[in-house]
Design a protein around this ligand. Sequence first.
Ligand code: AMP
Length: 172
Amino acid sequence: MELEKYIRNVPDFPKPGIQFKDITTLWKDPKAFKESIDMLYQRYRDKKIDKVVGAESRGFIVASPLAYLLKAGFVPVRKKGKLPYKKIEVTYNLEYGTDTVEMHEDAISSGENVLIVDDLLATGGTVGAIIELVNKLGGNIVEAAFIVELDFLKGREKLNIPVYSLVHYSEE
Ligand code: AMP
């Protein structure tokens, strides 16, 4: 199944010059949605993943069913001010703007095997921040997984961990 066929390109969203890869068109298709989650499950099923960390908000949509299948826990990384309990935070640069993300300080125990999941890897700023959060809590990062990777932004080169993506775009 060619998953890229289900991804819609929206020019100039959310601002001029950005080619937004809209994955809602993949998620609304029952077979494509299932295929994307199943492919990730097959890759990680024997990796003894303890926690799947998902990035707000589109990352939740990929991370939650994957955590369920892997019999792992799900950990949300959220924008500043959303999580209720004691937390740790990191500020980072986005392809469009800056942001601060938070995680509960007790979300991951030292030595746990962690899979980081988001919908799309662009500059790597978001995942770089999540890696910092997981490292602060002593988690063992197995890999970061994405539906889409924008190869031309070279996000993976900035990340010191293994990266896996289902669909690659070599140019805008
Ligand atoms: P980055 O931190 O630059 O890797 O950006 C990743 C986050 O921003 C992901 O969670 C995406 O949802 C979103 N994002 C950045 N660029 C795009 C794009 N061209 N199309 C769709 N989503 C994007």
